[in-house]
Design a protein around this ligand. Structure first.
Ligand code: UN1
Length: 516
């Protein structure tokens, strides 16, 4: 393996970062939270920036009660006026874009460009939701009865619990909250315990927007805590929708509990996203797309590229070009200029990465490049985990390849013909995102046809990550089936009502039934 020569060697101290975090929170009007049992850590050093108090069962009950009180007023507020709250939230996010992005870097370890992109995603969502607030349209249906009018209208649903993950600590909240609010629903947010400070900053902004627009209190709340707080929300009869982002294991626990009380669930779980590199692929474009999708965000997106399925005629060239590109990636403190790959979120993430790498050889594979943890950084900060993104060439799509390892580890497989490529592609248990690099129109269209990709997102000549918010985001199979963000994803936050009005003097019954 090549020596690591290009890591950013200096890490700041946790105290320095805590001072930055404190100053940033001050700009949101958030007092430094301390004294609780939930430590807010930064993956940059692995140290604790501070700590917050977790919610108790009684706090969750109170939050649900407050949300439902707010709901009774908010559902009567005309949607375009609800949109005004979201418009103001978007304006505040624009104003605080840099500050919020910096907090995202501190808590999630994202490089500034990606952290700014995440806040931009929130702003875009607010814009989309403001437009939606005048377009929550239903249908006019053809009634079989004379002088009857039949319509389908969308009504507010109720309190929404939004459970988010560390990797998109603020954007996924914005996907849900901007849309839920215009739909007439209050939101109770349980952020990841790993990214509480960003949540408190967002909460401060939404409270300011609510106060400025005269919206009821309790429309947006944050409850801090671990799985027990999530469970209290999931089981609460006062929560109409549970929108949860996280692992498939988490979704498997959440879905039956919500179904058991006939609540509604919106799940955005893991992915094991693939890209096919076809014989005609433009490799200049493909290599850039692949490296961003596989190594960007240190491999910690749901949409991260984890499996590369390359035609045998291009395999060696692709692997060697990717290996060259991987070796140029600068890994280190995300706050340093030029760094493209920040830390993994924590020790557990590193252990999953190391375990998978150790299994590569056993499965007949070979690590082509990467996989090392930087020893100098590990010595400076034993609880910070900086790794070189890894590329592993695999002889077959083993159980290891089919497992989602939430880290920058890209498996490369070869294929001979189209059917083989699609069989490998669709063998994953997850079904979030997918892509093909090809200049062959037939292949591109086949990939997007019913016999092609079985995922919720399918791209041509783009990697699988970095979706725009205008489309519905989510996937099939073990990804959970939910759709968030754009298109008609707003319908998940509303109750469908079929309305029939008889404006005649007779009472014709449907299906021609005669009675009385
Ligand atoms: C996630 O990883 O949970 O498509 C969300 C993307 C981003 C969202 C990812 N817009 O990669």
């Amino acid at each position: 393996m090549p020596p690591i020569t290009d890591l950013a060697l200096d890490l700041p101290t946790t105290d320095d970062l805590a001072a930055v975090a404190g100053a940033l929170l001050g700009r949101f009007g958030v007092a430094w939270p301390d004294g609780g049992e939930n430590e807010a850590r930064t993956p940059i050093t692995g140290g604790a920036l501070g700590s917050t108090r977790g919610a108790t069962a009684a706090d969750v009950d109170a939050a649900v009660e407050r949300a439902n009180t707010a709901f009774r007023a908010w559902r009567l507020t005309p949607p375009p006026r609800r949109g005004e709250l979201v418009r103001q939230l978007g304006a505040l996010l624009r104003e605080h874009k840099d500050d919020l992005a910096e907090l995202v870097t501190l808590e999630a370890g994202k490089i500034p460009g990606e952290a700014q992109g995440e806040v931009q995603e929130m702003i875009d969502m607010c814009d989309l939701a403001v437009g939606l607030s005048r377009q929550l349209y239903g249908l006019t249906l053809a009634s079989e009865r004379p002088e009857h009018r039949m319509t389908e209208v969308w009504q507010p649903l109720g309190a929404c619990a939004v459970i988010t993950s560390f990797n998109f600590p603020v954007a996924v909240w914005a996907w849900n909250t901007s849309v839920a609010l215009v739909c007439g629903d209050p939101v109770i947010w349980k952020p990841s315990e790993k990214t509480v400070l960003t949540a408190l900053a967002c909460q401060a902004l939404v409270e300011r927007a609510a106060a400025a627009t005269g919206a009821p209190a309790g429309l947006s709340q944050v409850v801090v805590g671990g799985p027990e707080v999530g469970k209290a929300l999931v089981d609460h009869p006062g929560v109409a929708l549970v929108s949860a982002t996280g692992s498939t294991a988490m979704g498997r626990a959440v879905a039956p509990r919500v179904a058991g009380r006939f609540g509604r669930c919106l799940l955005e779980l893991g992915g094991n996203n693939a890209a096919i590199v076809a014989p005609s692929a433009d490799l200049d474009l493909a290599v850039r797309g692949i490296v961003f999708a596989a190594a960007g965000t240190a491999g910690q997106r749901c949409t991260t590229l984890r499996r590369l399925i390359v035609h045998e005629s291009r395999h060696d060239e692709v692997v060697s070009r990717l290996a060259g590109a991987y070796r140029t990636l600068r890994v280190g403190n995300p706050r340093d200029t030029g760094v493209l790959v920040g830390p993994l979120i924590d020790r557990r993430a590193y252990e999953g990465f190391a375990r998978a790498l150790a299994e590569v050889a056993a499965g007949g594979g070979q690590v082509v490049t990467g996989g090392q943890r930087d020893p100098a950084l590990a010595e400076q900060a034993p609880e910070a985990f900086y790794v070189r993104p890894a590329l592993a060439s695999m002889a077959e799509q083993s159980e290891l390849v089919l497992r989602e390892t939430f880290a920058p580890l890209l498996y490369v497989l070869r294929y001979g013909d189209w059917d083989e490529a699609m069989a490998l592609h669709n063998a994953a248990r997850h079904g979030l995102s997918s892509s093909i690099f090809t200049n062959d129109l037939r292949e591109a269209e086949r990939f997007l046809s019913p016999g092609g990709s079985d995922c919720g997102i399918a791209n041509v000549n783009i990697g699988p990550s970095g979706a725009e918010i205008g489309g519905a985001f989510g996937g099939e199979k073990e990804t959970g089936g939910g759709r968030e963000a754009g298109s008609d994803a707003w319908r998940a936050y509303m109750r469908r009502q079929t309305c029939t009005v008889n404006f005649g003097r007779d009472l014709p019954l449907a299906q021609g039934v005669e009675f009385l």
